[in-house]
Design a protein around this ligand. Structure first.
Ligand SMILES: *Cc1c(COP(=O)(O)O)cnc(C)c1O
Length: 428
C-alpha cells in the first residue's frame, strides 16, 4: 500500500465495507438481528455507558447500517454519520439536539415541498419555528437570524427549480451568528457537491433518491463535519451534562464526534426513526455505481433540457446546467461535475396543458419521487406542492404552469420522443 488518498470512485465501493470477519463474505451482509450478545456483564455496562463502541440493539446501531454510515461520512468528507428511516426523519434528527421550545431556524424558501410543510406546520408542535427567506438575498438571511436562531437550512441544488445555493456565502453568515449551516444535499449527491467543503456543519440526505438510485428504499442520513463549536453557549444538549448518561457532556467527551454520538444515543434511542439493515444494504449497493449514474443523469438532463428550451410550446426551462440559467455561473464553484437531473419547465398552455401532458406520456412515469433510474414526471402544483399556497408554490418554483422532470438513465432520444408526442397531445 502507498500513502495515496483513494479517489471518490474507489471510496464509493470500498468505504465502510470490509470482508465479513466471521465468514469472509465480500458484499456487506444484511445483519438481520435485533440484538447482539454481550461478551460479559462488564462489556454490557461499558456499552451502555458509551465508554465502548459496539452493538447493543438495532434501534441504535447495526453492522449493516454502520457500514452505510461510514460510507456516507467518507463520501461527504465528514467526521461521522447517522442513518435513519427517511430524509424527513434525517431533518428532524438533525434539528432535535439543537432546538427547544421558542427557538427557530432560518430556511431557504426554495426547498422540497414536503420540507416546507414540515418546517412551516409540523415543527410548530414542538414549539420550534422556521423563518423562510430568499437565500440569494444575503442581507435578508443575515437579518432573519436572531438570538433564538439555532440553525440555517438550505438545499445545495434546490428541488424542484434548478436553483444552486451560494453555500460559501451562506456558511459565512451562519458562522458569524454562531449557528450551524445544515445543507440538504439530496439532489446533488456527494459526487456533484460536497457541502462540508463549502462550510456546512451538517449535511442531510434523502437516501431514497439518487444514492440508492432505483426507487427501492426509503432512507435518510445526517453527516457531521465535526468542525462546529457546540460549546458556544447556544447548544446545551451538546455541551451541558446529560442526565440520561450520568451527566456526560457530549461535546467535551466526544469532540468532533459529539453530534454523531448524540444522534445515536439520544436521537435514535428516543425518537426511534431507525433505518433497517435491508434498506442499508440496498443503499450500499446503489452507492457503488453513484458516479457512473450521476454522469449519465447529468448528460441526459442537458440533452432533454436543451431540446425543451428550443421548443415553441415551452415557456421556459429552469435547469442550472443550461447557459441561460441565472445559476449556471454557480456550477463552477458548487457542483462543477454537473447540475443533477431534476428540473422544471413551464408550458405556455398553463395548468390544463400540464395535466394533459402528464396523462399523455408513455415512457416517463407519473410518480412523486426523483432520482430513479427511470425518468419521472410530476405536476408539483397539484401533487407534492398542493399543501402550499399559490404564492408559496411560485416562490418554490412550482407554480401552476410548471412540470417537474427527474431524468433517468434511458436513451435521451427516447425521452425526447416521448415528451414530443405528449406535448403534441397536451397543446394540440
Ligand atoms: C425526498 C426529499 C426529502 C424527503 O426525503 P424522504 O426520504 O422522502 O423522507 C427531503 N429533501 C429532498 C430534497 C428530497 O428530495
Amino acid at each position: 500500500m502507498t500513502d495515496r488518498q483513494p479517489g471518490f470512485e474507489t471510496l464509493q465501493i470500498h468505504a465502510g465495507a470490509r470482508p465479513d470477519p466471521a465468514t469472509g463474505a465480500r458484499q456487506v451482509p444484511i445483519y438481520q438481528s435485533t440484538a447482539f450478545v454481550f461478551r460479559d456483564a462488564d462489556h454490557a455496562a461499558a456499552l451502555f455507558n458509551l465508554q465502548e463502541v459496539g452493538y447493543i440493539y438495532s434501534r441504535l446501531t447495526n453492522p449493516t447500517v454502520a457500514a452505510l454510515q461510514e460510507r456516507m461520512a467518507t463520501l461527504e468528507g465528514g467526521a461521522g454519520a447517522v442513518c435513519c428511516s427517511s430524509g424527513h426523519a434525517a431533518q428532524i434528527m438533525a434539528l432535535f439536539p439543537l432546538m427547544g421550545p421558542g427557538l427557530n431556524i432560518v430556511a431557504s424558501n426554495r426547498l422540497y415541498g414536503g420540507t416546507v410543510t414540515q418546517f412551516s406546520q409540523t415543527i410548530r408542535r414542538f414549539g420550534w419555528s422556521a423563518t423562510f427567506v430568499d437565500f440569494d438575498d444575503l442581507d435578508a438571511v443575515e437579518a432573519a437570524i436572531d438570538d433564538n436562531t439555532r440553525a440555517v437550512f438550505c438545499e445545495s441544488i434546490a428541488n424542484p427549480g434548478g436553483y444552486i445555493t451560494d453555500l460559501d456565502a451562506i456558511a459565512a453568515i451562519a458562522d458569524r451568528a454562531g449557528v450551524p449551516l445544515i445543507v440538504d444535499n439530496t439532489t446533488a449527491t456527494p459526487y456533484l457537491c460536497r457541502p462540508i467543503e463549502h462550510g456546512a456543519t451538517l449535511v442531510v440526505h434523502s437516501l431514497t433518491k439518487y444514492l440508492t438510485g432505483n426507487g427501492t428504499v426509503t432512507g435518510g442520513a445526517i453527516i457531521d463535519s465535526g468542525k462546529f463549536n457546540w460549546s458556544n453557549g447556544k447548544f446545551p444538549a451538546m455541551s451541558e451534562p446529560e442526565p440520561a448518561y450520568h451527566g456526560l457532556k457530549f461535546h467535551e467527551t466526544f469532540g468532533p464526534l459529539a453530534f454523531t454520538f448524540n444522534a445515536i444515543a439520544i436521537g435514535l434511542r428516543d425518537l426511534g426513526m431507525t433505518m433497517n439493515p435491508q434498506a442499508a444494504h440496498y443503499t450500499l449497493m446503489g452507492i457503488e455505481t453513484l458516479s457512473l449514474r450521476m454522469e449519465k443523469h447529468c448528460a441526459n438532463a442537458i440533452k432533454v433540457a436543451q431540446w425543451l428550451e428550443q421548443d415553441p410550446r415551452v415557456a421556459y426551462v429552469t435547469y442550472a446546467g443550461l447557459p441561460s440559467s441565472p445559476y449556471y455561473g454557480r456550477m463552477a464553484t458548487i457542483c462543477p461535475k454537473g447540475a443533477s437531473s431534476l428540473f422544471t419547465f413551464a408550458l405556455k398552455g398553463g395548468y390544463d396543458a400540464c395535466v394533459r401532458l402528464i396523462d399523455s406520456v408513455n415512457l416517463f412515469s407519473h410518480v412523486a419521487n426523483l432520482g430513479d433510474t427511470r425518468s419521472l414526471i410530476i405536476h408539483s402544483a397539484s401533487t407534492t406542492h398542493r399543501q402550499l399556497s399559490e404564492s408559496q408554490q411560485i416562490a418554490a418554483g412550482a407554480g401552476p404552469d410548471v412540470v417537474r422532470l427527474s431524468i433517468g438513465l434511458e436513451d435521451a432520444e427516447d425521452l425526447i420522443a416521448d415528451l414530443d408526442q405528449a406535448l403534441a397531445k397536451a397543446t394540440g
